[in-house]
Design a protein around this ligand. Sequence first.
Ligand code: NAD
Length: 306
Amino acid sequence: MRILVTGAAGFIGYHLSRHLLETGHDVVAIDKVNSNERLDILVQYENFDFRHGSIADISFLQEVGEVDYIVHLAALPDVRKSIGRPYIQIQQDVLGYISLLEYAKVLERLKRMVFISSSSVYGVGGGFSELSPTMPIAPYGVSKLNNENMNTCYCHLYGFPITSLRFFTVYGTYGRDNMVIWKFIENIFLGKPISLFNNGMNERDFVYVSDVVDAILLAMFDEKSTGHNVYNVGTGTSVSVLEVVRIIEDILGKTATLETLPPQPGDIPKTCADIIKIKQDLDYAPKIDITSGLRMFSEWLIDRLN
Ligand code: NAD
């Protein structure tokens, strides 16, 4: 199978691409970043075809040609930053996405497109089932919701199936060093203070990266569903940020120095995925609990810091 992965040089794109390459698929990878540690690993696979460019550039996309599947991960994924750059967020992630859809709609081999959305679409709607109201409170969540709506539109108009996966908070190896869990492990290990917004009381459904890769694969190779389908991807449980700190302290055998700060604009106090739909339709079953995930991630990161 020839599979297009956008954002392949990023955290989740790297893990997905590597899995696909190791299971014998041909991966055409697009990213506007053309050099980093993750790409250095991926380019070693002979079935990896990297194209440096933007998903917003339709002629660049057309040069990729026919593919069997598309997994669209490329985005500006920072909720807080999106508040300060609404034009850029919408221009790149929303207008840019139209180019990908326009490219996809004429492909003859395309079996399915998987769009990576976010729990941010729920915002202050008050629930986390796919039927809950969507009331995003940051441009990032608005961009994801808009693209989900575009998916419904393109499926209806052009007949190819699209699955939108609403990821909750993903963590794991080869993440970005500005991600919260990365910073916690690094700072606790190095004896530096860590900042806890909302006094660490925000609760998140933290999902390990291998579990979201499983969900993408289940969604991609789903042969039953047609049209546009939306699924949550999390663990179905949430823990407070302070609890995460306590687990890391336990794993590292060190005590954190905490700087407690007020809630941040655009943050919601709690997320917790309702995963009944993806369990029922796609047999999704998250395997990594928070303690095991934090242990694997800490071991990997400490090894690098040493
Ligand atoms: P990441 O920033 O590590 O990876 C995104 C990659 O996309 C980067 O390499 C970036 O260079 C690339 N990119 C961005 N815009 C592009 C464009 N216009 N053209 C080509 N490449 C472009 O992010 P990630 O954590 O791997 O997230 C992947 C996807 O999952 C994103 O869509 C994000 O919104 C979504 N998501 C992530 C999380 C999470 O916790 N990490 C949670 C919910 C949803």
